[in-house]
Design a protein. Structure first.
Length: 411
């Protein structure tokens, strides 16, 4: 089967390439990265669903829901949430749980989380029930002129738009989720599992490196035992592979549905990033044949006369889009279509590959090539951990703060 090497996020081109970055580092301290969820609606105060606003540190949203559910005597699936938040951050978001007493919620006691507010509403929170996310990010060890450079880049991003790249967390710790997803789509399950469970890189250390080496040597049971306790997914896949007597296809299909979908979604995201990278210098310019998106309602339409529609693009009412490839994605024409076809050809795949796979469907959609960060503020200051440049901004759901920080830092 054909192999394919994805472009890593640190290799993607910058919109603000002509402005030097400020260097520095983010996340030196967990408090340096803060996220505040902006909900799509406020709880009305009545109903069978208790809403709790929670601040967490060092926990993923899924970890948080498991811990909250355990303290309330519920299953993880009973806890609703609107968005997934980073673990290496201080984040504040709403959760919902039906048919529990508010006093039970008040009694929740977690070492890395605390309940800030409690209310009630008539429905369960579901993924996507949020309007935006507000970020506060402190950059440390920046250049002396960091504040001035950051403000120049901020002005460019608010005027032309922020490149709407999918961030590195989309592609996993080793950055290889897209490679796994592509292999699965073309039916190369041996490669999919080899990347997931073997092929150690410089990013792998200790028991994880040992487990990957054992897998490459064909020692499946030893590899399963070597993976740390926290690597439940890898242990589970290896257990299936042992049970299936090394049949990679059957072991893949035995994997959790959401994990398989996550890998294929990463591949779709990689292809979008490739399209965006090729158009980085014209993310605010329409072309004949583009599919444009209306920012007010995310509706899309085919651009037949770019010069006629360009004033709306200049006003940030609409933007060109890139594909989340699928078998029903709305097609572009002209030069945009040629580019998207080249990206598919480079990845050695066609749209038919996205048809139903193991009960999963990938119809595809369009994603704006740019978004406008709102309420952007750049300040310089000092706290107990030393000097910093702070970025505060608001982004729509599904957009990555790292697309702002990578433009500002370039490090």
């Amino acid at each position: 089967m054909h192999e394919w090497n994805p472009t890593h996020t640190n290799e993607l081109p910058y919109l603000s390439a002509d402005v030097p970055g400020i260097g520095g580092e983010i996340r030196q301290h967990i408090e340096d990265f803060q996220v505040e969820e902006v909900p799509a609606y406020q709880p009305c105060g009545e109903g069978t669903h208790v809403y709790l606003r929670v601040e967490k540190k060092g926990l993923t949203t899924m970890d948080l829901t498991r811990k909250v559910a355990a303290q309330l005597g519920k299953q993880s699936r009973d806890v609703g949430f609107a968005g997934l938040k980073d673990a290496r951050a201080v984040t504040r978001q709403w959760l919902s749980v039906e048919h529990v007493d508010e006093k039970q919620v008040e009694a929740i006691d977690l070492p890395n989380a605390r309940v800030l507010d409690i209310s009630r509403h008539t429905n369960k929170l579901k993924l996507g029930h949020l309007r935006a996310n507000r970020f506060l990010i402190r950059i440390r060890d920046a250049h002396d002129s960091g504040g001035d450079r950051a403000r120049r880049i901020k002005d460019m991003l608010t005027q032309r738009g922020m490149p709407n790249y999918f961030g590195p967390q989309r592609f996993g710790i080793r950055g290889d989720n897209a490679l796994i997803g592509r292999a699965a789509l073309v039916g190369d399950f041996d490669t999919a599992l080899a990347v997931m469970l073997g092929r150690p890189t410089a990013a792998d250390h200790g028991d994880i490196r040992k487990a990957r080496q054992l897998f490459d040597e064909g020692k499946l049971r030893e590899a399963k035992d070597a993976w740390p306790y926290t690597s439940r997914q890898q242990k589970g896949v290896l257990q299936s592979l042992i049970r299936m007597k090394g049949n990679a296809r059957r072991a893949w299909r035995a994997m959790d549905h959401s994990l398989r979908r996550l890998m294929i979604s990463a591949f779709q995201s990689q292809l979008f990033n490739d399209v965006l990278a090729a158009r980085i210098n014209e993310i605010d310019r329409l072309q004949d044949g583009d599919v444009a998106m209306k920012h007010a309602n995310n509706a899309c339409f085919l651009v037949e006369q770019a010069d006629v529609e360009q004033p709306r693009c200049d006003a940030f009412e609409i933007s060109p889009t890139g594909p989340i490839f699928g078998h029903r994605v709305k097609n572009t024409g002209g030069a945009p279509r040629d580019l998207e076809d080249r990206v598919l050809k480079t990845a050695k795949i066609d749209l038919d590959a996205f048809r139903s796979k193991d009960g999963m469907k990938f119809p595809g959609e369009r994603r704006a090539l740019r978004v406008r960060p709102e309420d952007v503020d750049v300040t310089s200051g000092t706290d107990d951990n030393g000097p910093h440049v702070s970025l505060a901004f608001t982004l729509p759901p599904g957009c990555y703060a790292t697309s702002v920080t990578r433009e500002v830092c370039k490090s």
